[in-house]
Design a protein around this ligand. Structure first.
Ligand code: GLA
Length: 411
């Protein structure tokens, strides 16, 4: 990676920004919702986007490379300070309200979504930020549990709203890290940092190349004339299910075993494909396959960044297909529905590449396609996927948008 770059939020402390990034209508809608539940206007509205990962899956928690982009689906949090130490939150997508005291923030069984709010507050307090009691109204259009990072967006939007109300600021990277910790400690998912990172640092028409070890990052422009078609299998499998944490454990087992041959390695990031060929035979077969995915995926991300910089979409697309096969065969996190989407896309000449995106086990696939054919490919998926799988998909032709923003609200 060449350097730390600057983005609209990276250069300073993320405190306030203009009304540029979130749609004005969406903010007004959130303010109306706040009024309906809490009786008067909010003082601030924060918005944070969901994401698709273009390539670099299950590499973030192996200190590796990822290449996600923020999309035009987001979570908005409208907020206003209260005079006590209570966080009172209403999630409009669940039609539910929950409360927590800033003096005693602990994970709760129900409602699960409150863990993202309370967890984020707890991690900001741990940073020494003096939070105030706050009413929060949560609204959004990121489908929940679809692998488009609705939870990271909720954490990030909550963090920005609470920071603004506390008149405090944190760097974008610290915000992402605090939100990741909230997910570990309060939701029990040992996720990497990718989702929170892109939700904070995304930029319109750019993908974000992140080195998850050094946390350096670089925005790479996405060439004009291409679109992302995102196809939700509507197969739900909670990320908290043991499979995600199991994959992490397999990777850790691989590192422990390989370190006998390669002293000093601390993560799969430290191993080259050649070293794995040489020493991998000592690993149990499933651990070897998990390691092979991560090691080859890291190499693919680096090649895909070079391809995008060179405007070589055909090379980029090939790497997407290879990534999907590796996730299917070696990491074993795909499913027949995701494979069906990728197979349909592969039949299209105007599609550059397609793959599952996010943790897998259901969720979404992403397809890179020339803009002129995006609607047609989306329509084909809407028609063919139900015939082949017996399920209805949700298909989005997405644009790539800016990361999180916060907007003071004045009546
Ligand atoms: C989820 C996690 C991320 C990442 C992906 C898989 O989205 O939140 O940190 O590990 O799965 O690449």
């Amino acid at each position: 990676m060449e350097s730390h770059c600057t983005s609209p939020v990276a250069s300073g402390l993320l405190k306030e920004s203009s009304l540029m990034t979130a749609s004005h209508d969406a903010l007004v809608h959130a303010a109306d919702g706040f009024r309906r539940i809490f009786g008067s206007a909010p003082t601030v509205i924060a918005a944070a986007p969901g994401r698709v990962n273009l390539i670099g899956e299950h590499t973030d928690y192996n200190d590796g490379f990822v290449f996600p982009a923020a999309i035009d689906l987001s979570i908005r949090v409208a907020a206003r300070p209260r005079s006590d130490a209570t966080l009172a939150a209403h999630a409009s997508m669940f039609g539910a309200t929950a409360q927590a005291s800033l003096d005693a923030l602990v994970p709760v069984r129900e409602p699960g979504w409150m863990n993202y709010v309370a967890g984020t507050a707890a991690m900001l307090l741990a940073h020494g930020i003096r939070l105030r009691g706050t009413d929060l109204f949560i609204q959004g259009d990121i489908p929940v549990g679809a692998g488009l990072s609705s939870s990271a967006a909720l954490e990030v939007a909550t963090a920005l709203a609470l920071l603004s109300i506390a008149d405090a600021a944190l760097s974008p990277v610290d915000i992402a890290l605090a939100c990741q910790k909230a997910e570990h400690a309060f939701a029990g998912v040992h996720c990497g940092v990718m989702d929170q990172f892109i939700s904070v640092l995304g930029k319109r028409d750019h993908a974000l190349f992140v080195d998850c070890r050094s946390l350096s990052y670089e925005l790479v422009p996405i060439p004009a004339g291409v679109r992302l078609v995102v196809c939700d299998t509507n197969v739900k499998r909670a990320l908290t299910s043991s499979a995600y944490n199991e994959r992490r454990a397999d990777c850790a087992a691989g590192v422990a075993a390989l370190s006998k041959h390669l002293p000093g390695i601390t993560a799969l990031r430290d191993i080259s494909p050649e070293q794995l060929d040489r020493y991998g035979s000592s690993l149990p077969p499933n651990v070897r396959r998990r390691c092979r995915h991560v090691v080859t995926e890291n190499a693919r991300v680096q090649r895909s960044v070079a391809a995008l910089r060179a405007n070589d979409l055909s090379e980029f697309g090939k790497l997407m297909y290879q990534s999907h096969l590796s996730l299917k065969n070696d990491y074993e996190v795909s499913c027949p529905e995701l494979d069906t989407i990728v197979d349909i896309c592969a039949e299209e000449d105007e599609v550059f590449g397609a793959r599952m995106t996010g943790a897998g086990f259901g969720g979404c696939a992403v397809c890179l396609v020339s803009a002129a054919h995006a609607e047609r490919v989306a329509e084909r998926l809407r028609t063919e996927y139900p015939v082949k799988t017996g399920r209805q998909p949700t298909v989005y032709v997405s644009t790539v948008e800016d990361g999180a923003s916060v907007h003071p609200f004045r009546i």
